[in-house]
Design a protein around this ligand. Structure first.
Ligand code: ZN
Length: 835
C-alpha cells in the first residue's frame, strides 16, 4: 500500500504554483495580445464591427470597441446596446424561474394551464425552455399569414398557432430541435402569469436591480428607444448598409433583448449569486434536458451546456447582429462579444484563442478592374469582387486593404463559375484531378449521375475526400443503377416489390444529398421501365425536394412521344423536370424544334416546371445502338432506315471500338468502303462486332437551326455532356457558346449566355449558394476576355484548350491561370438547398 506524504505534496504544490503562476499570467497576457491583434485585423478588413469584453472573477481584463453603432456612424462603446438576438433567451427563462420561486408556475406545467387556447396539450414550460416541444418554426408559418405592412406580435403568433394547428415536427420530448416558437410562446406565458409585459418585467425585475442601465427589451410596436441602441448593418460595396429589425420584430421571447458588454458582465456575475433566483433554481437552467429515450441533450433553459460544470454559452444571430456569451464557470472567466455588421468570424476565432485551440485568420483577395456579369442575366457593370476564404465577401467599388493580395482583372468579364448540368467529366478525375477539360472552359461544378447511371453518394463523397479534384461535384441518382440493384434482370418491367426496393434506395440517396432522379430511357437498362415505374420513383424524389432529369426515351423517331412522357411524369409526380441534352437527331425531323418548344411552353403554362439543357454541337456521342429505336439490331430494314434518316454516315466517326483499332477515327462511310459493303450493312457489322465490348460513335444527326432554337429557348441552360477527349464538347462547350454562338452568330447577348451557364443552371438544379456572384455565395468564378473567348477543340483535336479563359477560382482558390492548371484541388461535394 502506498502512503502519501501529505506535507511533501503540499510543498510540491506551492513550488509548482510559484513556477507556474508567472507563466500562466504571461500566457493569459499573450492570449489577450492575440485577441487584440486578431480583432484589429478583422476590423481593418470589414470582418468585425463590435465590442468585446473579457473578465476573470468579475474583473475586466480586456474591453474594446471597434467601429460604428450603425450606418449613421457614431463610434461604438462598451456601453452600446446591441440586439442580443438569441442570447436574449436566457433572460426569458430567468423570468420563468422567478415566477416559479413565487409559486406562480412550475416548470412542468402544461402550456395549456396558462394559455388555454394553445392547441398542443402535451407541451410543458420545460419543453419550451429546453427545445424539446416539437413545435414548428414560426417564421415560415407566420410569413404566409402576414400582409406586407403587418408587424408580428406575440398575441398574433399565438392566434396563428391556434388557427393553423400545424402538426408537431416530432413527438414532444423525443428530440432536441432549436426552435424560436418555443420562446415566443414562453413570452406569452410570462405575460399572462405575471400580468405585465415582458419589457416591463425585464426592466423592473432584472435590469434595474442589477444596475444594467443600458439593457432593455425593444420591439417594433414601441415608439421610442434609448440613445444607446445599436443598429445592425452589413457591408455592401465597402459601405455600411442598414440591416436591422424586420416585420417579425413586434414579437419578443426569442430575441429583442438589448444589452451592452458592460451590462452582460453584471448579469454574468449575478448568476453566481442569489440576487435573482436561488442557486438551486438556476442550476436547473444549466442542466441538459433528458429526452424520452433517456439520452441527454446539450441544452438547459436558454443555455448551451458545452461542458457540464465548466462551460455554458449561447450565441445569437438576427439581421445584422451576431452575439455570443461564454461563461467558464470553473475558472470564473467571462467572454462577451457583440457584433453588428453580420460577421460571425470573430466569435469563433476569439473562442479558439481562449480555449487554446488552433485558429486561422481569414484570407482575403481582391479581384479588381473587372466587368461583373453576375449570373442573373442583368447587365454587366464595372467593379471588384472580394473573396474571403471560400466565399464572396463583397462586391462593388472596392479598394484593397493594407497587405491584401490583388488580381488585376484587366477589364475582362468576371462571371460565376460555369455549372455543367450534364457532365461525364468525373470518370477522368481519379486519374487527372486537375480536371483540365472542365476548368479550362470555366466549369467549376459538374453534375454527374446522368442518363440513369450513378455511383452511391457515400462512395462519391469518400472519393472526393481521398482524391480531391479541382471542380465541385453534384450528382443525381440513376434509375438504371437502382434497377440493377433491385432487379436480377433489367430488360423487363419491374414488379411492385422491385419498385418498392428502388424507392427505398432512392430515398436514402436523396437524404444523403442527391439532387434527384436521373433516367436514360433510350438505353436498354431503362428502356423497359414503364412510365408508372418512373412516376413512382419521381414521387419519392419530389417528396425529398429532389428533381427529375432525363435522357428521354427517344431523340429521333419517337421524340414527340418521349416529350409527352417527360411532361406527364412531371405532372403526375408534381416534380420539376429537365430534358437532358435536348436535340432532334433525325434528318426528316429537322426544323421541328419550334414545335417542340411550343409543346414545352404549353406544358409550362399548364403548371409543369419543365426545362432542358443543351450542348452546342451537331454531333452526339453514344453507343451506335441508340440508332435502333426498336432495339431490333438484326433488322436490315432498321439499319437502312438509320443510315438514311437518323445520322449522316459520311460525318459520323467511330471514337472507340474494342478489338478493332482499324475502325477508330474512321467515318461509317469509310468503314463501309474498307469492307466493300453498303453503309447499312456496316452499321449492322459495327453492332455485331462490338456486342461484347461496346463501341462509341460520334453521330452527325442534328441541324444548326434546331441547335440555335434550343440554345435560345429561355428555359434551357448550357451543358457539355462531355468528358476529357472523344468529342470536342468535353473541352469546348462553354467557350463555344460564348464565342461562336454568342459573339459571332449573335444568338445570345453575353449576359444571357452567362445566365444560361450559371444562375439559371443553379435554379434548374436546386442549388442555392452558387451560380450567382452575390455576397456570401461560394467564390466559384471565371475571368474571361469576351473579345476573343472561343473553343478550339475539334473531332481531330478534341483536347485543344480554349482561348480567352484567363483565370478560374473554385471555392476561393485559383485552379486555372496562364492556360494551365495550378494543381489546386479545392472541389467539394455540392448538394441542393434543403440538404
Ligand atoms: Zn445522355
Amino acid at each position: 500500500m502506498m502512503r502519501i506524504n501529505v506535507g511533501h505534496l503540499r510543498i510540491l504544490l506551492v513550488m509548482s504554483m510559484i513556477i507556474l503562476a508567472p507563466s500562466a499570467q504571461a500566457q493569459w497576457k499573450n492570449k489577450i495580445k492575440q485577441v487584440d491583434s486578431v480583432l484589429t485585423f478583422l476590423h481593418e478588413r470589414q470582418l468585425f464591427n463590435g465590442t468585446v469584453l473579457l473578465a476573470e472573477k468579475g474583473k475586466v481584463i480586456y474591453r474594446k470597441s471597434f467601429g460604428i453603432d450603425g450606418p449613421a456612424g457614431k463610434p461604438l462603446t462598451t456601453t452600446s446596446s446591441f440586439n442580443l438576438a438569441s442570447v436574449s433567451k436566457q433572460f426569458y427563462t430567468m423570468m420563468v424561474m422567478m415566477l416559479k420561486e413565487e409559486n406562480k408556475v412550475s416548470f412542468d406545467d402544461p402550456v395549456q394551464k396558462h394559455l388555454p387556447a394553445f392547441p398542443y396539450p402535451g407541451i410543458t414550460l420545460r419543453n419550451l425552455m429546453n427545445h424539446t416541444s416539437g413545435l414548428p418554426e414560426y417564421f415560415s408559418i407566420a410569413d404566409r399569414q402576414m400582409n406586407l405592412m403587418d408587424t408580428l406580435t406575440n398575441q398574433e403568433m399565438l392566434d396563428i398557432l391556434v388557427r393553423k394547428k400545424t402538426p408537431l415536427e416530432f413527438k414532444t420530448g423525443d428530440r432536441f430541435v432549436y426552435c424560436n416558437t418555443n420562446y415566443t410562446t414562453l413570452a406569452s406565458v410570462i405575460e399572462k402569469v405575471s400580468g405585465i409585459k415582458c419589457d416591463k418585467f425585464f426592466s423592473e425585475r432584472i435590469a434595474k436591480p442589477l444596475g444594467m442601465n443600458n439593457s432593455f427589451i425593444y420591439n417594433l410596436t414601441m415608439k421610442t428607444y434609448p440613445a444607446s441602441r445599436v443598429w445592425g448593418f452589413r457591408y455592401s460595396g465597402g459601405k455600411p448598409v442598414l440591416d436591422d429589425l424586420i416585420a417579425f420584430d413586434g414579437i419578443v421571447g426569442d430575441g429583442n433583448v438589448y444589452s451592452s458588454a458592460e451590462d452582460l458582465l453584471k448579469w454574468d456575475q449575478a448568476l453566481y449569486g442569489s440576487r435573482l433566483v436561488k442557486p438551486a433554481t438556476f442550476n436547473e437552467a444549466l442542466t441538459p434536458a433528458t429526452l424520452n429515450d433517456g439520452t441527454k441533450s446539450n441544452y438547459g433553459f436558454g443555455w448551451d451546456v458545452e461542458e457540464p460544470g465548466k462551460i455554458y454559452s449561447h450565441s445569437g444571430g438576427w439581421v445584422g447582429f451576431r452575439t455570443f456569451i461564454s461563461r467558464y464557470v470553473s475558472t470564473k472567466q467571462t467572454f462577451i462579444i457583440l457584433e453588428n455588421s453580420t460577421n460571425f468570424r470573430a466569435i469563433r476565432l476569439v473562442k479558439n484563442i481562449l480555449e487554446n485551440k488552433p485558429y486561422g485568420l481569414p484570407v482575403t483577395q481582391l479581384v479588381s478592374n473587372v466587368q461583373i456579369v453576375d449570373g442573373t442575366g442583368l447587365s454587366a457593370y464595372k467593379g471588384a469582387v472580394r473573396i474571403v476564404n471560400d466565399r464572396i465577401g463583397d462586391i462593388g467599388d472596392l479598394h484593397p486593404f493594407r497587405g491584401e493580395s490583388v488580381v488585376d482583372g484587366k477589364g475582362y468579364v468576371l462571371a460565376p463559375g460555369f455549372i455543367d448540368s450534364h457532365s461525364h467529366h468525373e470518370r477522368d478525375l481519379s486519374k487527372n484531378p486537375d480536371g483540365i477539360a472542365a476548368i479550362s472552359q470555366g466549369i467549376t461544378t459538374i453534375v454527374i449521375g446522368q442518363d440513369g447511371g450513378s455511383d452511391p453518394i457515400d462512395s462519391l463523397k469518400a472519393r472526393i475526400v481521398k482524391r480531391p479534384a479541382s471542380v465541385n461535384i453534384a450528382t443525381y441518382t440513376g434509375h438504371a443503377t437502382l434497377r440493377e440493384q433491385a432487379m436480377n434482370d433489367v430488360y423487363r418491367k419491374a414488379d411492385t416489390a422491385e419498385i418498392g426496393k428502388m424507392k427505398t434506395l432512392l430515398a436514402a440517396e436523396l437524404k444523403k444529398g442527391s439532387l434527384g432522379l436521373s433516367t436514360g430511357l433510350e438505353y436498354e437498362e431503362g428502356f423497359y421501365a414503364t412510365r408508372d415505374e418512373v412516376i413512382e420513383l419521381a414521387r419519392v424524389a419530389a417528396a425529398n425536394n429532389g428533381r427529375y432529369i432525363s435522357h428521354i426515351r427517344s431523340e429521333d423517331i419517337n421524340i414527340e412521344r418521349a416529350v409527352e412522357e417527360v411532361i406527364d411524369i412531371g405532372k403526375a409526380a408534381k416534380i420539376p423536370v429537365q430534358i437532358s441534352h435536348l436535340k432532334i437527331a433525325m434528318r426528316s425531323k429537322w426544323g421541328h424544334s419550334r414545335d417542340i418548344i411550343a409543346r414545352l411552353e404549353r406544358a409550362r403554362a399548364e403548371g409543369v416546371d419543365i426545362t432542358a439543357d443543351v450542348y452546342p454541337y451537331s454531333l452526339w456521342v453514344s453507343t451506335p445502338r441508340v440508332l435502333f429505336p426498336k432495339k431490333d439490331f438484326l433488322s436490315a430494314a432498321s439499319a437502312r432506315y438509320a443510315t438514311e434518316e437518323l445520322f449522316d454516315p459520311a460525318q459520323s466517326v467511330i471514337l472507340a471500338f474494342a478489338g478493332k483499332p482499324a475502325y477508330v477515327g474512321k467515318t461509317v462511310k469509310e468503314i463501309a468502303s474498307m469492307n466493300n459493303e453498303s453503309e447499312s450493312a456496316t452499321l449492322m457489322r459495327i453492332i455485331r462486332e462490338s456486342e461484347s465490348e461496346g463501341a462509341t460513335m460520334a453521330g452527325a444527326s442534328m441541324s444548326e437551326e434546331d441547335i440555335s432554337n434550343f440554345l435560345s429557348w429561355q428555359h434551357t441552360n448550357i451543358c457539355s455532356d462531355g468528358y476529357a477527349g472523344g468529342h470536342p464538347r468535353g473541352y469546348g462547350s462553354f467557350p463555344r457558346v460564348l464565342g461562336y454562338y454568342g459573339r459571332e452568330k449573335k444568338l445570345l447577348p453575353l449576359e444571357t449566355a452567362v445566365y444560361k451557364m450559371t444562375g439559371l443552371t443553379a435554379e434548374h438544379l436546386g442549388i442555392s449558394d452558387r451560380g450567382v456572384l452575390t455576397q456570401f455565395n461560394y467564390a466559384d468564378m471565371v475571368l474571361f476576355n469576351p473579345a476573343i473567348v472561343k473553343d478550339n477543340a475539334t473531332m481531330r483535336d478534341p483536347s485543344a484548350l480554349s482561348t480567352g479563359i484567363e483565370m478560374v477560382w473554385v471555392n476561393g482558390r485559383i485552379v486555372y491561370r496562364n492556360h494551365e492548371a495550378t494543381h489546386s484541388h479545392p472541389g467539394m461535394f455540392v448538394t441542393n438547398a434543403t440538404n
